[in-house]
Design a protein around this ligand. Structure first.
Ligand SMILES: NC(=O)c1ccc[n+]([C@@H]2O[C@H](COP(=O)([O-])OP(=O)(O)OC[C@H]3O[C@@H](n4cnc5c(N)ncnc54)[C@H](O)[C@@H]3O)[C@@H](O)[C@H]2O)c1
Length: 253
């Protein structure tokens, strides 16, 4: 069985992915701010460096899979955390683990969002893709939380698509899922927010398959993309959203 690392495995979607990987007999190393094998704050450069050092010490033989799942939602008061946790907390770890993934021809599944195509700032996305964290934080602090969230997730999908061919030549498949509305502690907090709550409930009611997503829906998609059954799937963003993206952007291709 394989050795997998992941971030954000303490709650929500990450906890479901962790449970699926363990049930499949894999060894799983979790990085999170709580309830994890490695406690680290991925919102800071120091936290990311300490997470990388600990991961490298725990899995010197390499990784069969990596799922950077930690993230924060757009309603948080400190919007500068959105680029730091969602984007740099993913990309910096991936860059730091590349050789370990190459060593075992690993598979990676990033967690974007079906809100990634939504309104955001292109200048902010450019700062993210230029790996300019101070500028991205400054721009995020000056735009709406949902824009800062959507931009962090669109930049992640673009980063993944730009890197996929290069990493594939070294044996590592990069893919992403774009979850739709999924009931987790993150969305429970948003549902209770006086500003975001009412529109979110209306949004939930519009999901074509007639229900919100559950963490296990996301874990199933991640397990497929990690598995040999997805051996020819590379550079894809899989929308797991009950049909919401198809409903909103039917002619995107
Ligand atoms: N729930 C949804 O509707 C939804 C939709 C699209 C995308 N997503 C994405 O899925 C991922 C998981 O979301 P969720 O809904 O399960 O949320 P969640 O809040 O339940 O889980 C997020 C996890 O990330 C960890 N985390 C947060 N900040 C961190 C930090 N600074 N350092 C380390 N770990 C940190 C948390 O402790 C937690 O375990 C996120 O990337 C989120 O953006 C969620």
């Amino acid at each position: 069985m394989g050795i997998h690392a992941m971030t954000g495995g303490a709650t929500g979607i990450g906890a479901a992915i962790r449970a699926r990987l363990l049930a499949a007999g894999h060894r799983v190393i979790v990085v999170d701010v709580k309830d994890a094998d490695i406690i680290a704050d991925l919102g800071t450069a120091e936290g990311r460096q300490s997470a990388l050092a600990a991961l490298r010490a725990l899995a010197p033989e390499g990784l069969d899979g990596f799922v950077p799942c930690a993230g924060v939602a757009g309603h948080i008061p400190d919007r500068a955390l959105l680029p730091s946790v969602n984007y740099f907390g993913t990309v910096d770890l991936l860059l730091g683990l590349r050789d370990l993934l190459v060593a075992r021809r690993g598979a990676v599944v990033l967690i974007s969002s079906n809100s990634a195509p939504g309104p955001t700032s292109e200048e902010y996305i450019e700062a993210l893709l230029a790996h300019d964290e101070p500028r991205a934080r400054e721009l995020a602090a000056g735009i709406a939380g949902q824009w800062a969230y959507a931009g962090s997730k669109r930049a992640l999908a673009r980063w993944m698509r730009r890197q996929a061919a290069d990493w594939a030549r070294e044996g590592v498949r990069l893919n992403a899922i774009a979850p739709g509305y999924t009931q987790t502690p993150m969305t429970a907090a948003v549902e209770q927010d006086p500003t975001y709550g009412p529109p979110i409930r209306k949004f939930m009611a519009s999901i074509p398959v007639g229900r919100p997503g559950q963490p296990d829906d996301m874990a199933d998609a991640v397990m497929f993309l990690l598995s040999p059954a997805a051996g020819f799937v590379c550079g894809s963003v899989l929308f797991v959203d009950g049909g919401h993206d198809a409903m909103q952007r039917p002619d995107v291709l």
